[in-house]
Design a protein. Structure first.
Length: 344
């Protein structure tokens, strides 16, 4: 997040509240009763899909939860990479969903691992972050995506795609909502590409799940925030989001290069504009210990335990986030402290 965004977002929110027609009783009702229909049309245009497939939710985390619930994946089995996003681990546990760990390589989950999981047991869905994976930072190519879609169709899997960081790789292959629209829940928020304060997210869902989407949004939030959604669509449509994303690509490339220069080979290969790095640790230094020492020295990092799927040995690795500080000099200071911890 850039320093000026706080005031900028406050302005969008202020205008959204001031422009609400207070004499229209429909706008006082929960959004699930249809009050957000116009906003859904606008969101669908931006996302490039039919309005019937576009839904407004309360951020990306809510979007993945809504997707899991609408797809009926609670209590079933969901394939994930051995190292995956913390929220899907937490949401799976909360819903009683069995997470089936699959091996990955430099493009994410391998088709062989997904097929083996489906042949071994009944798997109902697969969670993927193909474009700038969190925490690994890797990107899946088109052929990898097509291979996973073919397996999903063969075994009738629902695909849940989290595209929180997709803007960091503008030349990425098409997302799964394009490649497999009949079975993909595509989740996108504004937290990473603009700022977490927005609290507006988007889900593109297969039309056959429309009834389930309505029910889940109603019963998890009683609808979404009209003011936040109006403000969010304004910044999407007037070019502000594109401007901020372009600036974040430039700054992300600088911070990513800085991190790789300081951490050297410990930083895993990944997208060159990503604002996070996956860093391996030397023999004898666990992720928990490295995380503890870094915190003692004033740097907050994330140990691998929070990203490790059930039944998988926790690797000696850390996620280094480089977006928490506004000033790049503070990021460099933190990276050098991390390098000192890793180097002993």
């Amino acid at each position: 997040m850039f320093a000026e965004q706080g005031a900028e977002w406050q302005g969008y929110l202020r205008r959204a509240v001031e422009e609400l027609p207070v004499d229209d009783a429909r706008l006082m009702r929960p959004s699930f009763r249809g009050g957000d229909a116009g906003l859904r049309v606008r969101a669908a245009k931006w996302l490039g899909v039919e309005p019937e497939r576009a839904w407004l939710v309360c951020g990306g985390h809510h979007g993945t939860l809504v997707s899991l619930l609408a797809a009926g994946l609670g209590g079933k089995s969901l394939a994930v990479e051995e190292i995956t996003y913390t929220a899907i681990l937490e949401q799976g546990k909360m819903l009683g969903t069995k997470l089936v760990a699959c091996a990955y390589d430099g493009e994410g989950m391998t088709p062989e691992a997904l097929r083996e999981a489906c042949e071994r047991e009944t798997v109902s869905g697969v969670f993927l972050m193909p474009t700038v994976h969190n925490p690994l930072g890797i990107v899946a190519g088109l052929e990898r995506r097509k291979s996973l879609v073919a397996i999903a169709r063969e075994f009738d899997l629902v695909i849940v795609e989290d595209d929180a960081y997709g803007f960091m790789e503008p030349e990425a292959a098409p997302n799964y909502a394009v490649l497999a629209p009949e079975r993909t829940f595509y989740v996108r928020g504004l937290s990473k590409n603009y700022a977490p304060a927005t609290r507006t997210g988007f889900v593109v869902a297969p039309e056959r799940f429309a009834g389930a989407m309505e029910s889940v949004i109603k019963n998890t939030t009683t609808g979404t925030s009209l003011a936040h959604n109006v403000a969010s669509m304004e910044l999407v449509e007037d070019g502000t989001l594109d401007r901020v994303m372009a600036a974040k690509l430039v700054e992300g490339a600088r911070r990513n290069a800085l991190g790789r220069e300081i951490l050297g080979d410990a930083a895993a290969a990944g997208a060159r504009c990503a604002w996070h790095l996956w860093v391996s640790l030397p023999e004898g230094l666990t992720a928990a210990e490295a995380q503890r020492v870094c915190l003692e020295r004033g740097v907050m990092v994330s140990g691998a335990a929070g990203f490790t799927a059930p039944g998988v040995a926790v690797p000696r690795a850390l996620r280094i986030g480089m977006g928490g500080e506004v000033e790049r000099s503070k990021v460099e200071e933190g990276l050098r402290i991390v390098a000192g911890v890793i180097g002993g």
